[in-house]
Write a protein that binds this ligand. Structure first.
Ligand SMILES: O=P(O)(O)OC[C@H]1O[C@H](OP(=O)(O)OP(=O)(O)O)[C@H](O)[C@@H]1O
Ligand SMILES: O=c1[nH]c(=O)c2nc[nH]c2[nH]1
Ligand SMILES: [Mg+2]
Length: 168
């Protein structure tokens, strides 16, 4: 189970996230036409907005899943809102033509639950860890399982002690 106190840290700035999400859009653009995006809230909302802008996708749905209830442990996975039948049926059923977007896949628990709702959808994340990687069709950057990704919306500017004072 991943935790923010993982030994390795991968901090991502807004600029970096925008570049990586755009790179994801470039990759997806070469793979066909998408009728709709299903964003996995909340982390998937940000890359979904960027991908939707780049690929001119106007039909955006959410699936509301929460798995990490505090910053210490992965709680039970909860689906708070599913995907509308209209979106699932779009490209002929089972999510064909639908792009599922999330910020990352870690253990793959979240991706597995959402994929089961739309088996023919295309799952895309910006980042992936090895355990979850088999559940994702397209991603940009892989980090090791013992790395915690720090997203820009979870961070703020803070003082950094000089390296000579023992900063890691
Ligand atoms: O592959 P997994 O182990 O399931 O973990 C990945 C999920 O965990 C995080 O969401 P989280 O449930 O923390 O909610 P949030 O998007 O609202 O931050 C992240 O945004 C992914 O959706
Ligand atoms: O901010 C986050 N960083 C991560 O590495 C992660 N893994 C699951 N959920 C996560 N949230
Ligand atoms: Mg999430």
């Amino acid at each position: 189970m991943s935790q923010p106190n993982q030994p390795k840290a991968f901090p991502v700035s807004w600029d970096q996230f925008h570049r990586d999400a755009r790179a994801l859009a470039w990759r997806l653009a070469g793979q066909g036409h998408w009728d709709a995006i299903v964003a996995i809230t909340r982390g998937g909302l940000v890359p979904a907005a960027i991908v939707a802008r780049e690929l001119d996708i106007r039909l955006i749905e959410t699936v509301c899943v929460a798995s990490y209830h505090d910053y210490k442990s992965q709680g039970e996975l909860k689906v708070m809102k599913g995907v509308s039948e209209d979106v699932i049926k779009l490209g002929g059923g089972e999510g064909a033509g639908v792009l599922i977007v999330d910020d990352l896949v870690d253990t793959g628990k979240t991706a597995k639950v959402v994929r089961e709702m739309m088996p023919k959808a295309h799952m895309a994340t910006v980042y992936a860890k090895p355990m979850g990687r088999p559940l994702v069709d397209t991603f940009i950057t892989e980090v090791s399982q013992d790395t915690w990704i720090y997203f820009p919306w979870d961070m703020g500017l803070t003082f950094q002690p000089p390296i000579r004072d023992g900063a890691a």
